[in-house]
Design a protein around this ligand. Structure first.
Ligand code: SF4
Length: 630
């Protein structure tokens, strides 16, 4: 791992570590799906010991995949596992600290005394790893920072970095460097900032550029889990950071490596990309989120408009009302009305193929300029101009004119025109293999030249499978939104497929666009599930429970629900969620409101009903029947 090695893919088993046979079978099928390292939980010394049996059996069956022991709270399990497996993962938030989840006031001397305590507890493991040639991951988790770190830094990216550095400095003192670092969080924004800050701090302190293990924790499942993971992991890969990737999905572990592979494979030939002009100085702070300020043009930009979603239908022939279902707009013959769901596109782009029926109120159509010129209705239809048209034509829409451009168009004359025209909305494109970086460079240029027009990020991908489309677009577009860039998204595909197939792609693109905006916290359009991938510690069937909770709550737009197999990652992870459903013992669930425990040890049969009762008490529950489903 690291240096010039490929970016490694890894994942974690979900079965009980004491069940040797099932563990071995699961590892084998994970390896067959592309997993290059396998992590197995060792909550106590007996599981650590059983890693030996698992390893023996695997080697007997010709499988030499490196194994990683996952440790929380139990140094003695770590010290044993380090003699057996290739790598040990420790969580600096709970390796040496007994967490009381309290705000404790630390003086400088009591802080120092705690660090000394850590040194004593951690040193034996460092020595064993050094002696046995075992690697170590110092894996910080946003949700489980120690009381000490919380008291001084809060649950900030800096706190996460410092949490790892406390342990790393001890390793360095012993000249032990077989280390990989991670900074995971369930919020991609926090996670990206923490990794970037870590790299910066390593450099500042003169520490080695240790390999990075990338991951978004509790990403959830299905399309949301993939999009959220790609936004976080992909943004960092685009930055050139990351040596191994673990995608955490609340699905079977064999599913994770193929998803990670889609993220990672696209960098194999990236070095041949068209050069991007270097920057002298970054006009944005990569460690703090701040949205680029754009002027208000209709419902784009300004201070209060959410980023808009434009459905790119230019490759399609839209001839019937029902075709718009794919982008969230539904025609009801009785009572002859249009309705839209929470993910109804705000605009449609039809290029040279205008729609000939009346669109729902509020759904505006964007046409290529020459088509717009010949339109009967030049008020409700909006033009999209090329740079050349923008510079030369006199007939324009009085309020909104979309202009497509790429970095090559940004000469001084064009920039000046964009700056002074109060009706213009940019549609930023790129054909660069390294598109995200080039687009970011374009935003830098706009910032430097003080061009305030709203900008829609427009990406078109060749037809591919659904996951590839989701992951690539979430990486490229999500990364820009993480950096505060973008007032809208337009996502489309090109390729030789039937109109029906294209319509299906339009639906995936539309949902993905909303998913990216949700994952980057720019626009909430659905319930969010922060669910862990499960592991050998899991106290209930996570996949089944998540599916059941999703079924009952997926109409609660904007509500965030945490579903965790156990409390290892702490209620801190729930800081991001409005409600939490956490395994607290066999058949027992503890329910949270934010970080607060509301009901302890509820029998799992009643837990979902109790969760709904808590939402009702808070006035956050709506009966599904009250929401018209179309
Ligand atoms: S939160 Fe989930 S994945 Fe994490 S240790 Fe607990 S059960 Fe395992």
């Amino acid at each position: 791992m690291g240096a010039n090695h490929p970016i490694r893919l890894q994942s974690m088993t979900t079965v009980d570590t004491m069940d040797t046979q099932r563990s071995v079978e699961q590892v084998l099928s994970m390896v067959a799906s592309g997993c290059e390292y396998v992590r197995i939980t060792a909550p106590s010394i007996k599981e650590a010991q059983n890693l030996e049996e698992i390893k023996k059996e695997l080697r007997k069956r010709g499988c030499h995949v490196p194994l990683v022991a996952d440790i929380h709270f139990t140094p003695n399990a770590a010290e044993l596992a380090a003699r057996i497996v290739e790598k040990v993962r420790i969580n600096p938030g709970n390796y040496a600290d007994k967490k009381r989840f309290e705000i404790v006031e630390y003086t400088d001397s009591s802080y120092e005394a705690e660090l000394e305590k850590i040194r004593k507890k951690f040193t034996p493991l460092v020595k064993i790893c050094k002696e046995y040639g075992t690697a170590m991951r110092i894996g910080t988790n946003h949700g489980s920072l120690s009381d000490r770190i919380m008291s001084r830094y809060g649950d900030t990216p800096l706190g996460m970095v410092e949490s790892a550095l406390e342990f790393l400095r001890i390793c360095e003192d012993f000249n032990y460097h077989a280390i990989v670092l991670s900074m995971k969080a369930s919020n991609p924004q926090v996670m990206v900032q923490a990794y970037r800050l870590l790299v910066q701090k390593l450099d500042e302190e003169g520490l080695k550029p240790y390999p990075l293990h990338l991951g978004v924790t509790e990403a959830g499942d299905g399309e949301d889990g993939r999009i959220k993971s790609a936004v976080g992991i992909g943004t960092l890969l685009e930055d050139g950071l990351g040596d191994t990737v673990r995608v955490s999905l609340t699905e079977e572990p064999e599913v994770e490596a193929p998803v990670a592979k889609i993220m990672v494979d696209r960098y194999a030939n990236r070095t041949t990309h068209k050069a991007i002009k270097p920057i002298e100085e970054s006009p944005v702070n990569p460690f703090i989120y701040s949205r680029r300020q754009a002027r208000e043009v209709f419902n784009f930009g300004g201070h209060h408009h959410v980023p808009r979603v434009i459905a790119d239908l230019s490759q399609l022939q839209i001839s019937e009302y029902k075709d718009l279902r794919n982008i969230g707009h539904f025609y009801l013959p009785e009572p002859d009305k249009w309705r839209m769901n929470d993910q109804g596109a705000d605009y449609v782009y039809t290029g040279d193929r205008p729609i000939n029926f009346m669109l729902p109120n509020g759904l505006k159509e964007i046409r290529n300029y020459t088509v717009w010129l010949t339109s009967e209705d030049k008020v409700n239809k909006l033009p999209l101009l090329t740079k050349k048209q923008f510079e030369s034509v006199s007939e324009r829409h009085p309020e909104i004119n979309f202009v497509r451009f790429s970095i090559d168009d940004l000469d001084q004359k064009f920039l000046t025109q964009l700056q002074s025209d109060l009706t213009v909305i940019g549609l930023l494109e790129s054909s660069n293999l390294h598109a995200m970086a080039e687009m970011r460079r374009s935003f830098f240029e706009l910032l430097q030249e003080n061009v305030l027009m709203p900008v829609v990020i427009a990406r078109t991908y060749p037809v591919s499978d659904e996951d590839t489309l989701r992951i690539h677009s979430a990486t490229d577009i999500g990364g820009l939104f993480i950096d505060g860039f973008g007032d809208g998204v337009m996502l489309g595909v090109t390729g030789e497929i039937s109109n029906d197939e294209m319509l299906r792609r339009a639906e995936i693109c539309n949902k993905t666009a909303f998913g990216i905006l949700q994952a980057t916290r720019n626009r909430m359009s659905k319930t969010e599930y922060i669910s862990c991938p499960s592991c050998g510690r899991t106290l209930f069937d996570l996949q089944e429970t998540t599916a059941m909770i999703r079924k009952l709550t997926d109409h609660l737009k904007g509500v965030k629900i945490g579903i965790m197999g156990c409390i290892v990652n702490g209620p801190g992870e729930m800081a991001d969620a409005d409600y939490g459903y956490v395994g607290s013992g066999p058949g027992r669930i503890t329910l949270y409101r934010n970080k607060e425990v509301v009901k302890k040890n509820v029998p799992s049969k009643q837990a979902v009903d109790e969760l709904i009762n808590i939402m009702k008490e808070d006035g956050n529950w709506i009966d599904p029947e009250l929401i018209e489903k179309f």
